[in-house]
Design a protein around this ligand. Structure first.
Ligand code: XBP
Ligand code: MG
Length: 281
């Protein structure tokens, strides 16, 4: 008797940059409001913020940036206390921005989530940001019962080490009782892809604004977004004039390419190699 091929068992969603352009339109803007509210002249414009994203975690990013500012407190303790105060304010402003409708979901995200629910595919959240920030974003977009959409939600406060460390992914698959290979992650950044890969979770990357040209290693597929079939590597069938989105069938097809065969396909096809100029590099 022939055994049926293994099926994808769970889709794990990154949050910042993947569900929405939260970094560009949310965290960065909210940090700037917090700097201002704290009477500080510091501002992060688009050009400054992209490179800072190589530091995972808003608080850690701020501490990193303060270390090179002449007008930041000299002692590490004072810097840490100021960073915590700014970061807390940032999160308040972030939640306000979300509630004011300033941060829409990226195109194609809702359609794919709905498809997963229709097809009973388990979904999870695997993010560096806090549960409060996830709650703010998903309450606005999925409603107060958003938690029921996901079988597991692993956030920044649930891990010892943030991405690119694999911990968030290892915790998610363990909580689901799956092996890493049974799941598929959707990420937007090199560090996110690295975290999933290091956990053994196959990953696709829908590049976000700051990583449009970044080198991405170890992904099964890399493309411009879930709304757009053009521009993905490996390529997707595109019908002329058709605005089709990336769907679950596409994800399953990529997932079946796992693990190393797919990686070499992406690398051989040049995806992610086209530019090493990524702002997050
Ligand atoms: C990306 C991050 C986060 C956000 C800010 O997370 O690095 O730190 O920049 O959130 P993701 P906090 O894994 O979802 O891409 O200020 O809460 O850290
Ligand atoms: Mg991300």
């Amino acid at each position: 008797m022939m055994s049926s091929p293994p099926r994808l068992a769970a889709l794990l969603w990154d949050v910042d940059g993947t569900l929405a352009e939260t970094e560009r339109d949310g965290h960065r803007v909210a940090f700037n409001r917090a700097f201002e509210a704290c009477g500080l002249p510091w501002r992060w414009d688009d050009r400054d913020y992209g490179p800072l994203l190589h530091v995972s975690g808003g608080l850690e990013r701020l501490m990193h940036d303060m270390a090179s500012r002449a007008d930041a407190p000299a002692s590490v303790e004072e810097r840490a206390a100021l960073a915590r105060a700014i970061h807390a304010r940032k999160n308040t402003y972030y939640a306000e921005l979300v509630r004011d409708g300033a941060i829409p979901l990226r195109h194609g995200v809702m359609a794919l989530m709905r498809e997963c629910r229709e097809r009973d595919l388990i979904m999870g959240i695997t993010t560096t940001t806090s549960r409060a920030n996830v709650d703010a974003l998903l309450t606005v977009h999925l409603g107060a019962r958003w938690r029921a959409w996901f079988a597991v939600v692993v956030c920044g406060e649930d891990v010892q080490r943030k991405k690119p460390d694999p911990e968030v992914y290892l915790r998610a698959v363990a909580a689901l009782g799956l092996s890493p290979q049974q799941a598929l992650a959707i990420e937007d950044s090199p560090d996110g892809a690295a975290a999933a890969s290091a956990a053994g979770v196959p990953v696709i990357v829908a590049r976000s604004a700051y990583f449009a040209g970044a080198q991405i290693d170890g992904a099964l597929a890399v493309g411009p977004g879930l709304h757009e079939r053009r521009g993905w590597q490996p390529t997707l069938r595109v019908q002329h004039d058709s605005p089709e989105m990336v769907g679950l069938e596409d994800l399953e097809a990529w997932w079946r390419l796992k693990p190393s065969a797919a990686r070499s396909r992406v690398e051989a096809s040049g995806a992610g190699k086209d530019s090493a100029r990524g702002q997050g590099d």
